[in-house]
Each structure stands twice: as C-alpha cells, then as structure tokens.
Write a protein that binds this ligand. Structure first.
Ligand code: F6R
Length: 259
C-alpha cells in the first residue's frame, strides 16, 4: 500500500485525476470504477476539464459504479447512477451504454446482484476509485461485512444514513438498503485508489491503513490487495503513525516507478 500525504483536498483531486488519466491513456479498453459521495467530485471535475481541453478521451472507456440505493424512484436525483451521470458522464464522450450500475429495479434483486458481480468481474476494473465512510466502510460494505463478500444487498447503519442525510431533505428520505459491490468484488480490481480529505476521515483512514485487518473496519481489506494507492490530505492523515516513513518513501520515489 502506498500512502501519499498531500497538502490539501485539491492536491488529492489533482493526483487522483492524474492516476485515472494515466490508466485511461495506457489501456486500449480502460475500465474505471466510480464512487459517489463528496470525496471523488474534485477528481471528476479535473477529468472533465482534461476532456474539455482535448487532452483526455473517454470514448473507449467503460465505467462501473460501486453501489446504488434501493427504493428511490427511477431517475431520483440522488440515485447514484443519476449522480454519476450528472457530475461526470454527461460531460464526457463516454457512451451511456458503457456506464454500468446495479439494477435495483429488478424483481429478483438477489439475481440482479449476482449478474452485476459477473458484469464487474467480467469487465475487469483497471482502477477503482474509493472513498471511505466515517465507520470505515468502502462501497457500502458496512462494519461486519465479509472481507470476501460479493455484490449483494446491505442495510445501511444509522451512522451512514446520518452522514448521507446532507444529500436529502431529511434523514427519513435516506434509503435503508443498498446494493453494493462486495469487498471481494472491489478487490478484484487491478488498482485501488482510496482518496480522503478532511479531519472527519482521520480515524477511518488510520484504521483502514494501519489498524488490524478486521470486518469491523471494512476498509482494512485494502491491506490484502497488491496494488493500493491512498491519497490523503494532511487532515485525513492526522491519525496515521507512519507519516514520516510515508513522506520519506515519496521523497525517494524512483522516477520510473508509477503509483
Ligand atoms: C459511495 C461509496 C461510499 C463513500 C463513502 C464516503 O459510492 O461507496 O463508500 O465513498 O461513504 O463518502 P463521502 O465521500 O461523501 O465522504
């Protein structure tokens, strides 16, 4: 796991966009994994800007979404497919048919979860963007999630519903259930890119990066993956113990070694 401590949230977004852009530029048919929430928005803006200025094309890109709420009416502005469309894909030359998300309207949801898992693994995600929840979740794999879980239905914790209430007019509107890629599904991606900024992420980042491997902190599953980049700002890095080592590693990073 490579931990990169950057001055602020803008630097995190710059670096994350660079890594995603490099992935796209070096693959014939790139597959990128997208997260929602606040953390990746700056990254998406920078990628859109690169597209707008003609330095990055998305016409050969396929995108897969990590998770989706169950129970919102089709086209609800806070459904994750809508958010990704509005904040990212609508501004690119990425064909909408190549934006994949769980079919939460399916009559057989369990089967839809299995089908989505097959789609994600069949495509083979090159780089997966991840945020982290205040309780250590990645995707919507809440504490207690099997570290080998596959795409399935999960119940959100009260804490996650409270965290996400800011996107709705009241907490009562936040769905209780979601479909999320499992931790095992996420770990099938070639490169995991965790981004976090702000003091509220300090504890979950430290638990995921340096804490014990435990289902109580689903983000700790990153420790099992061979290629993880953690981009954090100073505030989100505040609870890490090995900061001097991470900074030293970065200072001596050989120029030929990409993230
Ligand atoms: C979103 C997702 C979640 C968020 C996490 C952090 O698709 O999977 O794991 O990344 O809840 O959310 P923000 O970035 O809003 O703090």
């Amino acid at each position: 796991m490579e931990v990169v401590i950057l001055p602020g949230a803008d630097d995190v977004a710059d670096q994350a966009a660079q890594i995603v852009a490099d992935t796209i530029a070096t693959r014939a048919k790139p597959v990128i994994g997208l997260a929602t929430g606040s953390s990746p928005l700056g990254t998406y803006q920078r990628l859109i800007e690169r597209h707008r200025t003609g330095t990055l094309r998305f016409d050969s890109v396929t995108a897969v979404i990590l998770d989706e709420y169950i129970g919102l009416p089709a086209g609800h502005p806070e459904s994750y497919r809508e958010v990704i469309r509005r904040e990212f894909v609508d501004h690119l030359d990425l064909p909408i048919a190549r934006l994949h998300s769980p079919d939460v309207a399916a009559s057989d949801l369990a089967e839809a979860c299995r089908a989505y898992d097959d789609t994600v693994t069949g495509l083979g995600v090159d780089v997966q963007l991840l945020g982290i929840g205040s309780d250590g979740h990645i995707g919507f794999n809440e504490p207690g999630s099997s570290l080998r879980s596959r795409t399935r239905i999960k119940t959100l914790t009260d804490r996650t519903r409270a965290d996400n209430a800011r996107f709705f007019s009241s907490i009562d509107e936040v769905p209780r259930h979601v479909v999320t890629q499992g931790l095992g599904t996420i770990c099938d991606a070639g490169h995991l890119l965790l981004i976090a900024s702000g003091a509220s992420k300090a504890a979950p980042v430290a638990a995921a990066v340096e804490g014990p491997l435990t289902a109580m902190c689903p983000g700790s599953v990153l420790q099992l993956h061979p290629h993880v980049t953690v981009l954090v700002d100073e505030d989100a890095a505040a609870d890490l113990r090995l900061t001097a080592y991470y900074r030293e590693t970065l200072r001596h990073k050989p120029p030929w070694q990409p993230y």
